[in-house]
Design a protein around this ligand. Structure first.
Ligand SMILES: *Cc1c(COP(=O)(O)O)cnc(C)c1O
Length: 402
């Protein structure tokens, strides 16, 4: 590529942008485009890009190439089995994605029906923040389709669930929920963070919008915060417009890292799911274990549904172990782990463990925990890429004590 050297004084030359608009190179990766602003040949081009009459980039909060490339790569995975093209929008975090999607699809007076078993910040977003703006949410047991049907009514704008919910790995009946949403004229929005598109693609089962915290499996290396939403153009245009007004755009450097992570998503998740199933099976019959939650186990309430909705052999890679002996025993179990590390989050290369009742579900009292199927000692594992035998040996030793 040939550049035309900038003309003028020292300061002018120091700040002159590259002169070549179209690179002759074909880099095998989308470069990090950090520019916040883009040049035009004419005033008419500038006006046409802003009005949408012409494709192009103007300002980075609106769109930027590295971020778009990442969002469209996620859309290509989520929409693989669909006849019509879906598109993606990327966000600074999973909550940035969720709050924008809800703002885009609701207004004062709107009604939302949501699963009771959802990520804590999504719960407070709906129950507190959006309620202040006149959006009312009813929370239901999402596994009870009759209860969902009863809660949904004409004027319900959104039906919301998670493909797999924390920490019991409860599976949502996506085709059943899609039918209820369709009959009511509501949009089915699914947070599929715990599944990732390498396990399940909710749009194939009738969801209207799928949302991810890309911080988890999509990034996959516990080093980048981001979010993404994928939907048909009619929905994505509304979501994009709300994102541009609200401003939680993903940074180009983060988009680059998330896109790089995405390339190994199927490999990582396949391996993590396989290890998770071995881990769950090895622990469930231990005398000091009351129960293990993982949809690969016959004992899981939605094992059959998971087999129907998920890719073969991929049941997610979060496993929750309920040791006997209550709160103290659960904390001691986590503290004795040597391969797994006590930490928040999930979906990275390294196995993480956390005592549920004192951390992610600390706002629930004993009655609420019991109703949600969470024992006081439950420890949640996010299975990483270690050798399965090392993880199983670690957990068995930690259960045995001393
Ligand atoms: C982590 C998480 C979120 C929030 O994502 P951030 O990237 O932390 O904002 C939302 N939903 C689920 C299921 C999550 O695990």
């Amino acid at each position: 590529m040939s550049y035309t050297p900038a003309a003028g004084g020292e300061h002018t030359r120091a700040v002159s942008p590259p002169s070549a608009a179209v690179p002759a190179e074909r880099p095998m990766r989308m470069p990090v485009h950090r520019a916040t602003t883009y040049a035009f040949d004419t005033s008419q081009d500038y006006a046409d890009v802003l009005s949408g009459a012409q494709q192009g980039y103007s300002y980075a909060r609106i769109d930027s190439p590295t971020v778009d490339a990442f969002a469209e790569a996620v859309a290509a995975l989520e929409g693989a089995g669909l006849p019509d093209r879906v598109r993606g929008q990327a966000f600074a975090s999973g909550m940035g994605a969720l709050s924008t999607v809800f703002m885009a699809l609701t207004e004062a007076g709107s009604h939302v029906v949501a699963s009771r078993s959802i990520y804590g910040n999504t719960y407070s977003l709906l129950d507190r923040l959006l309620r202040r703006f006149g959006v009312r949410t009813d929370f239901v047991d999402i596994t009870d389709l009759d209860a969902v049907r009863e809660a949904v009514r004409p004027g319900t704008a959104v039906l919301f669930t998670e493909t797999l919910s924390n920490p019991t790995m409860t599976v949502s009946d996506l085709p059943g929920l899609a039918q209820i949403a369709r009959e009511a004229g509501a949009a089915l929005v699914v947070d599929s963070t715990f599944a990732s598109p390498a396990v399940c693609r909710p749009l194939e089962y009738g969801a209207d919008v799928v949302v991810h915290s890309a911080t988890k499996y999509i990034g996959g290396h516990s080093d980048t915060t981001g979010g993404v939403a994928v939907a048909a153009p009619s929905f994505i245009d509304r979501i994009r417009s709300a994102r541009v007004d609200l401003g939680p755009c993903l940074a180009p450097d983060e988009a680059y890292l998330l896109h790089r992570g995405l390339e190994t998503l199927p490999l990582r998740v396949q391996r993590q799911c396989g290890t998770a199933a071995l881990f769950a099976a090895a622990l469930q019959d231990h005398p000091l274990v009351e129960r293990v939650d993982h949809p690969s186990l016959d004992s899981h309430p939605q094992a059959a549904l998971a087999a129907k909705l998920f890719d073969p052999g991929r049941y997610g890679a979060v496993v929750t172990v309920h040791p006997r002996g209550g709160w103290e025993a659960g904390m001691a179990f986590a503290d004795r782990l040597r391969v797994a590390t006590i930490a928040a989050s999930l979906g990275g290369t390294h196995t993480l463990a956390g005592h549920v009742a004192s951390t992610s579900h600390r706002n629930m009292n004993d009655v609420e925990l019991a109703a949600a199927g969470i024992s006081p000692g439950a420890v949640r594992f996010s299975i990483g890429l270690e050798d399965p035998q090392d993880l199983i040996g670690d957990a068995l030793a930690a259960l045995g004590g001393n």
